[in-house]
Ligand binder design. Sequence first.
Ligand code: NAD
Ligand code: UDP
Ligand code: UDP
Length: 321
Amino acid sequence: MKELLQKRILVTGGAGFLGSHLCEHLLRKGEEVLCVDNFYTGTKRNIAHLLDEPYFELLRHDITFPLYVEVDEIYNLACPASPVHYQNDPVQTTKVNVHGSINMLGLAKRLRAKILQASTSEVYGDPTIHPQPETYWGNVNCIGPRSCYDEGKRCAETLFFDYHRQYKIRIKVARIFNTYGPRMHPNDGRVISNFILQALRNEPITVYGDGLQTRSFCYVDDMIEGLIRLMDSPDEITGPINLGNPEEISILELAEKIIELTGSRSKILFKSPPVDDPKHRQPLIDLAKEKLGWIPKTPLTEGLKKTIQYFEELLRRGYSH
Ligand code: NAD
Ligand code: UDP
Ligand code: UDP
């Protein structure tokens, strides 16, 4: 009986940071989950605890190649997300966003399945409007080191909307803003994982530039709740829809907060800023509030404490550089 009500859900990038939390939440909801990942930035460790679940299945596959499976819904998360990882093989980053999206949209078309795209606030580039509403078209460099990701994700959005208009595919496009929490990759160079590890090791905290650039950080559980609500929303809600926590903080303040929460002896070390580093980023989430009844619930301090606990445990278990 249970099987009759269960949906079969494909999560691409399911062994990554967000994907592994999503698989977990969907299983908890009683769904059947097919996790597809090529382990480019994700790891088996993230989903090892799910492998014995009867309704969880893992498939090693690169979505830039066609995939023939049978599912009801697709969450398309496969793509390296941190600047260090996506710039490591920029051509592959564009391929996963363009070829990968075409394959997953082709799959959705054959199955008449609903498909959600994990897009990003990076489609706004270095925004000239603050905070960013979904109606803003963005300020993106198309030939810089971040372009493989920014333009790749923008082209993916184009493909989603063209498949929607041309083939009536049911689409959902989420523009995800900076998200953090347990299972972030310790080596991906993102600001929260870097600062926490540096603080726990009493090493210098590397602030790039003057530290006055801002970001708005959303705790992972809130983000997953938003993604599932978007997938479950009525068909006319296609997005793009911003998902993120509007609580904005400068990178310098973030460094100080993490030093305080960890009781660290670390000092701040200023380093040169990365090319095309966006100066400000804060989501306007009125649309998500109105259409999905969603607002993030976890304050930054509470989420950081949970994330710090995760990295403390990782270090206790002997993780080194
Ligand atoms: P992540 O790097 O932890 O996860 C990405 C997963 O995709 C990894 O498991 C990786 O192995 C897999 N993958 C990469 N290329 C693949 C391919 N060709 N075929 C199959 N699997 C492949 O990153 P994340 O933070 O979990 O991000 C997940 C998604 O959310 C990404 O699409 C990212 O662009 C988007 N996003 C994340 C954030 C954030 O702050 N975490 C912000 C905006 C958007
Ligand atoms: N595709 C896939 N799985 C499917 C159906 C299609 O991976 O179940 C891929 C296939 O490689 C194809 C792409 O999705 O090239 C786009 O499919 P679409 O039907 O839009 O295009 P076409 O097959 O006409 O090129
Ligand atoms: N950043 C920093 N020190 C670090 C890592 C990142 O000052 O060790 C800064 C980075 O320059 C950017 C912000 O923190 O301004 C967020 O960087 P992240 O790579 O986490 O995400 P994104 O730039 O994609 O928002």
